[in-house]
Design a protein around this ligand. Structure first.
Ligand code: T1G
Length: 697
């Protein structure tokens, strides 16, 4: 089907881009635009052309799915399409509504005139994909808007509303009401007024000292985005616009674009872009599954998690009741919520009025009866099955029919919890990550009997709460925590073998993790892991565990909350200070275990930690607990501080090459006194490696 519809309104040709969902400029659409322009050009009855977009966008830019495929650069490539528009012998007017991004905006800047509806999102977001605008954006935008504005837009990638460009040369008119009619009238006007065929390439960049400004901007970009090359390279391309010829600048931009599109950082960011969107799709739950309305919510438990969860609903404008067993706990919980909002307000990120509006949406109560009419209730009580049982039996008694009963458990069996009720189809896991009002990740745990509309409703709710919802099956630890368990086991084994907590943390933080395992454990509380390990020693006596962390906990060293854990902390401070007492504890443990310490390289440390995630992730994939490898990557990118420029553990393994991963794991199995059996590659990993494939296709 021709993706550029051609029609005429009297002497005006109208070319409508029609490639749902966002008129991505794929090869077929590019071809359709060129054919439409040539048809209008050679029709003597046509005096001008209007280019517009069907559906929800003018155009969301180049079709990212074509990247690194022959189609991306196949003629007519985007540069050819834009040149066709620019060199057209009849005026071309771009009529923009909703979204003009990336190549979509570049297309419009190649036209002679541009009109826009108010509220349209205008952006060059390429930098967010680890690339730079590659079809003239860095050369034309600085000719149409002030240089500072162009640099900010290109280096941040953030959208700007169309009406903000008043007074610049980007839009000739902002059209209220019927955009197409306004654009056709404008086209007729420019013909009648003989305004010719103005080309953006002929405009000059106006700035007192552009070179100096760009050097300042380049230095800033390099500092702020130290792990991403694209922001600074954007400025190199913009600087080329100050050069002697437009075409030379265009060529420089293209060269930088082609360099960036091959970088691992860009592959990682594009992977995350599609991964975030894929995660919301559940194969056996059709996209048009009716959802249950969520107009009100309730949270059981006003502790750290419960309070954070309640804030998510208030932030989304959904009234939420917070239920506690005791007034004191309830008061403490509400006070913490208020303190969180007031701290945000102090940083200027919300007003005092906003604080009150949010607090007004949160209603405390001690009575189950008060939450009965909530559309969803989320239990966030102590991680103990007996406690969960009492709560869910009570919820089953009081909640209205059709209410969704969600548990925030981080490891317990959601099927067992569902069985405490007479409505297992309404029970689901919603595993928030601490701090719940900040972390984007929401693991949505599907019970055996969870109804499809409950799944669809909860996935939709995750978007309303501005979370990245990722589906998990039921297993101990679901996806994220089950993998982090293996990561932490390797960290502890490496302590026993000769490394120190600070060496391990430093190595993995240099790799790009936000926080190493020992700093993270001191922050979360070493007693949390200790409690879970003690349960596991009983439930899985077969599993070999390093016991060194137990020794630390037996001394009451639970981390920041006790002033000492793997590190020591000065009163009121969070800085992790190496502690000789810990070195002594580790040395004594090695002696007791008969382990002769050896030197471990940072490279071994990093890859034993990351490949532990990969191997367990492969097992989770083959068991069907996770639907897709990119889901696992999204969990680690949004919930565990995995470096975004590496795309997640599974993509990182693909980039290393699964053949190499398997061989490295064989080295670990041969060399480590830890759990050699663990390093047997998961069957799926071994299979893909043997076939020369990756997890992500
Ligand atoms: N290419 C391919 N698919 C795209 C796409 C794109 N550019 N943009 C969106 N999609 C898909 C998306 O995967 C999803 O698919 C569906 O559209 C709806 O997206 C030369 C080279 C436009 C603001 O970076 O920011 O131009 O999951 O859920 O919330 O310089 O999509 O439904 O199958 O996000 O309404 C630059 C990226 C490309 C814009 C719409 N452009 N897109 O938001 O819908 S590089 C971008 C967005 C470029 C040139 C360079 C948003 C949106 P599915 P959605 P939305």
């Amino acid at each position: 089907m021709n993706q550029a519809q051609y029609a005429t309104q009297g002497d005006i040709a109208v070319i409508t881009m029609d490639n749902p969902p966002v008129n991505g400029l794929g090869h077929a659409l590019r071809t359709g635009i060129v054919e439409g322009v040539r048809r209008a050009q050679y029709d003597p009855a046509i005096k001008a052309i209007v280019l517009t977009g069907a559906g929800k966008a003018f155009s969301g830019g180049a079709d990212i799915r074509e990247f690194n495929t022959p189609k991306a650069l196949a003629e007519p490539n985007l540069l050819t399409v834009i040149r066709t528009l620019e060199q057209c012998a009849k005026p071309v007017v771009a009529a923009i509504h909703s979204v003009a991004m990336g190549g979509g905006l570049e297309l419009a800047m190649g036209c002679h005139f541009r009109v826009a509806a108010p509220g349209a999102q205008i952006a060059l977001p390429e930098v967010k994909l680890g690339i730079i605008p590659g079809a003239g954006g860095t050369q034309r935008l600085p000719r149409l808007v002030p240089l500072e504005m162009a640099v900010n837009m290109i280096v941040s990638g953030n959208p700007v509303k169309s009406e903000k460009f008043k007074g610049t040369r980007l839009f000739d008119e902002i059209v209220e009401g019927d955009l197409l009619a306004g654009a056709v009238a404008f086209a007729r006007k420019v013909v009648a007024e003989g305004r010719g065929l103005p080309k953006v390439r002929d405009l000059a960049i106006e700035h007192d000292d552009a070179e100096a400004f760009l050097q300042f901007a380049r230095n800033t970009a390099k500092t702020v985005a130290k792990n991403f090359p694209a922001p600074a390279r954007c400025i190199d391309a913009i600087a080329a616009a100050l050069g002697p010829s437009f075409d030379a600048g265009l060529a420089r931009e293209r060269a930088i674009f082609l360099e960036m599109v091959q970088t691992p950082e860009s592959r990682a960011l594009r992977h995350a872009f599609f991964g975030e969107r894929a995660a919301s799709k559940i194969p056996d739950v059709p996209e048009d599954t009716p959802t249950r309305p969520i107009a009100s919510a309730a949270v059981v438990g006003a502790g750290t998690m419960g309070g954070g969860i309640a804030m998510n609903f208030a932030n989304a404008g959904i009234p939420v009741k917070v239920l506690e067993a005791k007034q004191e706990a309830l008061d403490k919980g509400l006070a913490t919520i208020r303190a969180n909002y007031e701290s945000t307000a102090k940083k200027g990120r919300m007003s005092a009025e906003d604080v009150e509006k949010r607090m007004a949406l949160i209603t405390p109560t001690l009575r189950y009866e008060d939450i009965a009419q909530a559309d969803i209730v989320i239990e966030a009580v102590f991680e103990d099955m007996a406690v969960k049982e009492s709560v869910f039996r009570r919820l089953d008694q009081v909640m209205k029919p059709g209410a969704i009963l969600a548990t925030n458990t981080s490891t317990l069996d959601v099927n067992r919890i569902a069985a405490f009720t007479g409505r297992p189809q309404d029970v689901i896991g919603t595993h928030f990550f601490s701090p719940a009002n900040v972390m984007k990740l929401l693991e949505i745990v599907r019970g055996e009997k969870t109804a499809k509309d409950v799944l669809a409703t909860t996935m939709q709710l995750s978007k309303k709460l501005r979370k990245t919802g990722v589906l998990s099956g039921v297993c101990d630890g679901f996806i994220g925590n089950r993998m982090i368990e293996q990561y932490l086991r390797q960290a502890l084994y490496m302590l026993e073998e000769g490394a120190t907590p600070q060496q391990i943390d430093r190595a993995i933080e240099k790799f790009g993790f936000a926080m190493g395992p020992f700093r993270m454990s001191d922050l979360a509380g070493n007693d949390v892991g200790w409690y879970i390990r003690k349960r596991r020693y009983v439930e899985h006596p077969d599993l070999k565990y390093p016991r060194i962390a137990d020794r630390l906990c037996e001394q009451g060293r639970f981390g920041q909350k006790t002033g000492a854990g793997w590190y020591r902390y000065l009163p009121g401070k969070r800085e992790a200070l190496p502690d000789p007492a810990v070195d002594e504890l580790i040395a004594a443990y090695r002696k007791e275990s008969g382990v002769a310490p050896r030197k471990l390289s940072d490279d071994e440390i990093v890859h034993r930690l990351v490949f532990a995630l990969v191997n367990e992730g492969a097992r989770i994939l083959e068991e069907g607990i996770a639907l897709r490898a990119s889901d696992i990557d999204m969990i680690y990118l949004t919930g565990y501080g995995f470096p975004p420029w590496r795309g997640g553990p599974m993509l990182y393994a693909d980039m290393v090459g699964l053949y190499n991963v398997v061989n490295r794991m064989a080295d670990f199995a041969a060399g480590s006194h830890g759990d050699a059996a663990f390093w047997q590659p998961a069957p799926l990993l071994a299979k893909l490696a043997a076939e020369g494939k990756g997890f992500n296709g």
